[in-house]
Design a protein around this ligand. Structure first.
Ligand code: GLN
Length: 223
C-alpha cells in the first residue's frame, strides 16, 4: 500500500492540509458520505447554498431522487454555482441520483434538470423495477480486490463520451466512469463501510487543488 493510501494527509513525509469536501445536502444519502469522508481524513461539510461551495476542493452529489435534487438545485441557484465550481477546477462526484444529475443526457427525459458536467448517457432505473436493488462485486480498474457495490434503483450508463474513462464494470457495463474533473458511480459506495472510493476521491481533490493553485499563481505572474 502506498504512503498516500495509508495516510491521505501525507505524501513523502510532507504534510498536506486535508481535502475540503462538501456533500450536497438537499435530499438523499448525504450523512453517510460525510461520515465516510471523515473516516478517510477529509474535512467534510454540508452544502445547501451557493456560498457553501467557497473554499471547497470537491463536492459529492449523493443518491436520492434525481428529479427532486435537480429541482432543488435550480430553486437554490446551486445549478449555476456548481457549474461555476466545476469550471474553476473543483472536483465533482455524483453517486446514483447524483450520477444522473451530472450526466449530459438522461434517456427519455430531456426536460429533467441536470448539470450536464460529464459526457455520459444514463437511463434512470436502468436495472429494471423488479430487481431494483441488489448487491454485486464490481471490478475496479487498478484495484486488487473487487468492490461490493450496493445498487438501489440505479441508473444504467448507456453511453460514454470520448474523454470519459470507464473505471468499473458490472455485467459488462460501466458502473463507474470519470473524466479529469468529474466522477460518477451508479451504486452507493457510502453504504458499505469500504471507503476506497472516498479515499480515491480525496486523492482526486488533492490533485485538482494542486492544479488550481498552480493555475492561480501562473495567472498572478502574468497579470
Ligand atoms: N432511481 C433514482 C432516480 O432516478 C436514483 C436512485 C438512487 O439514487 N438510489 O433518481
Amino acid at each position: 500500500m502506498s504512503v498516500a493510501a495509508r495516510c491521505p494527509g501525507e505524501v513523502r513525509g510532507v504534510r498536506r492540509a486535508p481535502a475540503s469536501i462538501g456533500v450536497l445536502a438537499l435530499q438523499g444519502a448525504f450523512r453517510e458520505h460525510r461520515l465516510a469522508l471523515e473516516r478517510v481524513g477529509a474535512h467534510a461539510t454540508e452544502v445547501r447554498r451557493p456560498a457553501h461551495l467557497e473554499g471547497l476542493d470537491g463536492l459529492i452529489i449523493p443518491g436520492g431522487e434525481s428529479t427532486t435534487i435537480g429541482k432543488l438545485l435550480q430553486a437554490y441557484g446551486l445549478d449555476e454555482a456548481i457549474q461555476g465550481f466545476a469550471a474553476s477546477g473543483g472536483a465533482l462526484w455524483g453517486t446514483c441520483a447524483g450520477a444522473i444529475a451530472v450526466a449530459s443526457v438522461i434517456e427519455g427525459q430531456p426536460q429533467q434538470p441536470r448539470l450536464g458536467l460529464l459526457e455520459v448517457r444514463v437511463a434512470r432505473n436502468g436495472y429494471g423495477r423488479q430487481v431494483a436493488s441488489f448487491e454485486a462485486d464490481v471490478r475496479v480498474e487498478g484495484w486488487d480486490a473487487p468492490f461490493r457495490a450496493v445498487f438501489i434503483r440505479a441508473p444504467r450508463i448507456t453511453g460514454v463520451g470520448a474523454g470519459v474513462r470507464v473505471l468499473a464494470v458490472y455485467d459488462d457495463q460501466p458502473v463507474a466512469v470519470g473524466d479529469e474533473a468529474t466522477l460518477a458511480t451508479v451504486f452507493h459506495p457510502e453504504l458499505t463501510g469500504d471507503d476506497r472510493w472516498h479515499q480515491a476521491f480525496v486523492e482526486r481533490c488533492l490533485g485538482t487543488r494542486a492544479a488550481r493553485r498552480a493555475n492561480a499563481s501562473a495567472e498572478t505572474r502574468t497579470a
